[in-house]
Design a protein around this ligand. Structure first.
Ligand SMILES: C[S@@+](CC[C@H](N)C(=O)[O-])C[C@H]1O[C@@H](n2cnc3c(N)ncnc32)[C@H](O)[C@@H]1O
Length: 260
């Protein structure tokens, strides 16, 4: 899978790039540039410094630097104080009653939901189709793997780069997951200054594709063993014209659960 247009990579003070970033440079999917003037005129580019891969988003007003961090910040807070298996996401995925269920997160994004599920003990495969987001994710997982406290959680997540519609269609029976989790992009009506940094990044890189959502849902229902869970804004319509078996609600979010 290639990124379009070419993605530039600025390397700061590092001599050796980790795999697979080095692999994508070899393939010319990521093109190294040290011309900061040129890079500042691109919509975005990748930066590698302090053993961290970041995305620099050049908005009209400012440059936003974004990387994924499972060790500190919000991920850590949610892991420690997020409500454990009683939180709506865990209940919707059935982890409160079936902790050993295998989960397939078909819209991986920046891995926040996947990390919550893995921190509750779930083993999961996360699939992300955008190559840049996927690289930011595996870079964060590699750093998490070096951390004593959370390496065990990161170990439960297998990240793959691909289109989940195809990946799910090609699973053999033994590989079929108990739960498929979908959190498709939803059009944001807020002004960009009010949108969280990770959402801005996702919107720029992943856009608001909606045709894919119906296909993804149909394929998920076909493949799953136990249930498909779709995350929606609380007052949004269902993703397709299928009615959910039931819903689990939290303050701003609704999880539509489709039991097979
Ligand atoms: C709203 S984000 C998901 C956020 C994620 N739940 C999290 O916690 O960070 C949706 C993501 O799904 C990805 N995506 C959409 N359709 C996909 C597909 N068919 N296969 C794989 N990834 C897909 C997009 O590239 C985007 O990164």
């Amino acid at each position: 899978m290639t990124t379009d247009p070419a993605t530039y990579l600025f390397i700061e003070g590092e001599t050796k790039l980790p795999e697979p970033i080095a692999h994508y440079v070899e393939q010319a999917t990521f093109v190294i540039s040290d011309d900061l003037l040129f890079l500042k005129n691109q919509d975005f580019f990748l930066r590698y410094s302090n053993q961290t891969l970041s995305l620099q988003l050049n908005t009209q007003k400012q440059a936003l630097l974004f990387s994924i961090d499972f060790i500190g910040g919000k991920s850590n807070h949610r892991r420690l104080y997020g409500g454990g298996k009683k939180q709506p996401l865990a209940k919707a995925c059935g982890l409160d009653k079936h902790p050993s269920w295998q989960v397939f997160d078909a819209t991986g994004g920046v891995g926040k939901d996947a990390f919550v599920l893995a921190s509750l003990g779930a083993k999961l495969t996360l699939c992300e189709k955008n190559l840049i987001i996927y690289n930011l994710l595996i870079d964060a997982l590699a750093r998490a793997n070096q951390d004593n406290e959370i390496s065990e959680i990161a170990d439960r997540i297998t990240a793959i780069n691909g289109d989940s519609v195809e990946v799910l269609a090609n699973l053999i029976d033994e590989q079929k997951p108990d739960v498929i989790y979908l959190d498709p992009m939803y059009p944001h009506r807020k002004k960009s200054a009010m949108i969280k940094k990770d959402m801005q990044v996702l919107q720029v890189l992943a856009g608001h594709e909606t045709i894919n959502n119906v296909q993804l849902f149909e394929q998920a229902i076909k493949t799953v063993r136990k249930r498909v869970v779709v995350k929606r804004p609380k007052t949004a319509d269902t993703l397709t014209n299928h009615s959910p078996s039931y819903c689990v609600e939290s303050v701003n979010t609704r999880y539509d659960v489709y039991v097979k």
